[in-house]
Design a protein around this ligand. Sequence first.
Ligand code: SF4
Length: 432
Amino acid sequence: MAKLLDKQRYKCALGAMQTVQAITRAIPILHSGPGCAQKLSDSIGSSGYFSPNIFPCTSINEKDVVFGGVKKLHSTIDNALKVVDADLYVVLTGCIPEIVGDDTGEVVSEFADADKPVIYASTAGFKGNNYKGHEQVIDAIIDQYLKKSENKQKGLVNIWADVPYQDLFWLGNIKELERLLEEIGLTPNTIFGYNRGIEHIDRIPEAEFNLLVSPWVSVKNMKKMEKKLGIPYFHYPTLPIGAYETSKFLREVGKFAGVDEKKVEGVINEHENYYYYLIERYADLFLENRVINKQFSVVADAQYALGITKFLTNDLGLVPAKQFIVDDTPREFRDAIAEEFTKLNYGLKAEVAFETDSYKIHEEIKNHDYHGYPLILGSYYEKELTEKLKGNYLNIAWPVQDKVVFDDFYVGYTGGIRLIEDIYTVAVQRFN
Ligand code: SF4
């Protein structure tokens, strides 16, 4: 029987047009109906050199459903190459062409000799959500563009984190991860964000290893690169937020990369000294507010649900109530992710639910005894509910309508401090 899904927290796979957009001077060419890009585009931080309003699109209609849309796709790619000055063209397919059986791969192969690379990814909405679409785009780059390199650069590390734009903090987070790796002497390489792009994609095969910071998104991409390009990978499932997890992260990455232990400890020491200096200055505030927020719940994708639960428990000493993962995590990853929620300090364990239905999530939050005002970190959908419960609320997950983020971030030592600032800015307003 068909189910009703209340307040979905992701888009369809074609939402991966935002993954392409996050690669500087890469443009998606949409082989889809005319309304898809309009429905999938966010107005938050997605204008710029290319924006969804100018993405070339075949805008297929009833006639193409009957006779096929491949001719239209060919002319759309042809014209995009002539009039759009990009470095990489990524054809993304929506539902209609895939249902009627257009051979997109065949059309794209006709542009193998074009001056600029043209690749394609299968991103029909019925194949999954935009987390999967993101993986499809990276797979397309690996399968259709990258070649194995014998020229390895010592210390070069490709960093992969979660999904651009779906993760509001994607730009700031990846830049901070780069900074942290640089500090321990490694050379980071990322393909998303400012001043990145095709040159950085070209460097991927020269890396010593891939670093994946995500509970599950892109694990398959890492395996593919290991097999096809001979690049080993290090998977760190927790987004490191705050001192405890970031120091652990640096030690483990440093060990995998063979970085001198003393160098890593020196970097950790310097950051921790400053971090705890800041924490000490506000110890009174934390103690007072712990009385207000005894327990918290995070309603977010696996990345933030896990990263924030560890941070609030390990660094701030708060007690986790039930946590909710809303990204439709594939079943094969769920046990390992749930296990991470049992590895909290002070012998604490958090119960976690993989749940995409907001109605059920909200019922559970309403019926739970938080022993005081709840602290809820989630999407905009949790705002009204938390207000009714007289709790403290922070909008950290998509959809985001309560916060403007340019390059703010929550990762690392500095990110942990920023998250504390955001939470306690909300908490102190209760007394105004
Ligand atoms: S679900 Fe299909 S038709 Fe709807 S926006 Fe996504 S690709 Fe387009």
